[in-house]
Design a protein around this ligand. Structure first.
Ligand code: SAM
Length: 226
């Protein structure tokens, strides 16, 4: 395995959702960088992968990034994973890629090992047009949140965004206000035991969600007017 940074997608719930190439890459890397070591240890145990792991997350200090750049300089091969899905998509992976490109340009290979992603999984079962779509990440918590939903209402393509269990009710209330009766789909706990797809207007989805326990992880897909 040559010196490189491998960006490795991991499952979004069901541990079987990992590619053969991802397993091979994790087995061969010198070091695995991850967000929460407890989450990644479970995945590595499932595939009997024994490799040194180090944490790298959004609160990592500059000195940590320097340490990682140093390992690449020494010729080590590094695999980066996040807690779920594709690193860099609404999680800290992108920061490291940016730092590696800035320091080494093309001297260090950056290799994508594609796989699961929550937004695409949700979109694929939405039944809404997906030839072109807008991925919006997480809505801002406070400042800019109102504008986020107002802008979303004016978009011409299917819109996809993430929301946590703490703010999902509030997000659906915003959608009721801003998009009225346009169809949406709320995907809860994709690939996991309590996977649920709520389809209907935002108001209908909110009522059904409230009737269930509001637990888990959520992707919201919003259809455009046309
Ligand atoms: N990098 C990840 C990806 O490729 O999808 C996304 C990371 S982001 C920090 C985590 C958010 O993704 C969660 O808050 C939730 O909105 C969404 N998510 C992740 N796994 C999910 C799942 N199994 N079901 C529904 N949403 C999920």
């Amino acid at each position: 395995m040559s010196k490189a940074l491998y960006i490795v997608a991991t499952p979004i719930g069901n541990l079987e959702d990992i590619t053969l190439r991802a397993i091979e890459t994790l087995k061969e890397a010198d070091v695995i960088l991850c967000e929460d070591t407890r989450v990644t240890k479970k995945l590595l145990a499932r595939y009997a992968i024994q490799k040194p792991i180090q944490s790298y997350h959004q609160h990592s200090k500059l000195s940590k990034t320097e340490h990682i750049l140093g390992m690449l300089e020494e010729g080590k091969s590094i695999a980066l994973v996040s807690d779920a899905g594709t690193p860099g998509i609404s999680d800290p992976g992108g920061m490291l890629v940016e730092a590696v490109v800035a320091r080494f340009g093309d001297e260090v290979k950056i290799v994508p090992i594609p796989g699961a992603n929550a937004a695409l999984a949700a979109l694929s079962v939405s039944g809404f047009p997906a030839d072109a779509f807008r991925f919006l990440g997480f809505p801002p918590h406070k400042k800019g949140r109102k504008t986020f939903f107002e802008k979303l209402a004016g978009m011409e393509e299917t819109a996809v965004f993430y929301e946590s269990k703490h703010r999902i009710e509030k997000a659906l209330e915003e959608l009721v206000k801003n998009i009225g009766v346009r169809p949406i789909m709320v995907a809860r706990e994709l690939t996991k035991q309590f996977e649920t797809l709520y389809r209907g207007t935002a108001e209908e989805c909110l009522a059904r969600l409230r009737a269930d326990k509001i637990l888990g992880e959520f992707v919201i897909v919003v259809r455009t007017v046309a």
